[in-house]
Write a protein that binds this ligand. Structure first.
Ligand code: NAD
Length: 260
């Protein structure tokens, strides 16, 4: 699968799933616009690693909870890399708490990043995609875009919203050479999930190993984590010619979580 000549923005690509996706798209030949929070040395190391595939790699430090910074990231991709052909809205955060205790600022920031940032990025990127008559929009939702879990009000609301937003983008772009899909992962062992496991171990007086096993067995019939590489392969498939008529879909990679 060659993505030579294509440019991809992957939000939240300094860590976890986003970094896995950036690695796969770079290896396939796409120029990459990285984004996310990280120390300058860490960003330089990722840029050097991805550049080994002989692709151009840019970095936007945009805080995507701020709409003007989302727009600036898209504009930077157009000016530095010549466009935005593939947009992967991946950056996301979590907060776990019952609704009565859910802090307002956590609700606001989760909705801003996990949902609204995707809207602002798509709105800014569509003119460049339409001008080329080609585009791929891939929104990293979650199993929580399809089903709920207690204590994750903002996250579940945002991810359900993202799945719905993706369907509308697909309908509006159906004859523009653009596809829009969401991917709904189950558990992937990244810093976002490692924090939840550590918090549970502290609250329950258990070990991280015990909580890792408990986390999987509570929700996921398949007792193993998906990997950022697995997610990268699915994004690559959607970006390839094989994905040309897959649009408006919510594709699960969840070890059977939502089959129940
Ligand atoms: P992660 O914590 O490893 O990475 C999150 C990335 O987002 C980092 O690069 C971080 O710097 C960036 N980020 C955070 N706040 C930002 C902001 N305001 N502006 C710009 N970038 C910001 O998390 P992950 O597990 O790789 O999650 C990536 C996506 O996958 C998220 O949307 C998450 O909801 C989703 N997801 C994860 C899992 C899982 O099990 N890990 C499961 C389903 C869905």
């Amino acid at each position: 699968m060659s993505l030579n000549g294509k440019t991809a923005i992957i939000t939240g690509s300094t860590s976890g799933i986003g970094l896995g996706i950036a690695r796969k798209l770079a290896a396939a030949g796409a120029d990459i616009m990285l984004n996310g929070f990280a120390a300058a040395a860490a960003v330089d190391a990722i840029k050097a690693e991805l550049s080994a595939a002989r692709v151009r790699v840019g970095y936007s430090s945009a805080d995507l909870t701020k709409p003007e910074q989302v727009r600036a990231m898209v504009a930077q991709s157009v000016s530095e890399l010549g466009g935005v052909d593939i947009l992967v809205n991946n950056a996301g955060i979590q907060h776990v708490s019952p609704i009565e205790e859910f802090p307002q600022d956590k609700w606001d920031s989760i909705i801003a990043l996990n949902l609204s940032a995707a809207f602002h990025a798509v709105k800014a990127a569509l003119p460049a995609m339409k001008a080329k008559g080609w585009g791929r929009i891939i929104n990293i939702a979650s199993a929580h875009g399809l089903v709920g879990s207690a204590h994750k009000a903002a996250y579940v609301a945002a991810k359900h919203g993202l799945v719905g937003l993706t369907k509308v983008i697909a309908l509006e772009t159906a004859n523009d050479g653009i596809t829009a899909n969401s991917i709904c992962p189950g558990w992937v062992l990244t810093p976002l999930v490692e924090k939840q496991i550590a918090d549970r171990a502290e609250a329950n007086g258990t070990t991280v190993g015990q909580e890792r096993t408990a986390l999987l067995s509570e929700k996921q019939p398949m007792h193993q984590f998906s990997t950022p590489d697995d997610l990268g392969d699915l994004v690559l498939f959607l970006a390839s010619g094989a994905g040309a008529s897959i649009t408006g879909a919510a594709l699960s990679m969840d070890g059977g979580w939502t089959a129940q």
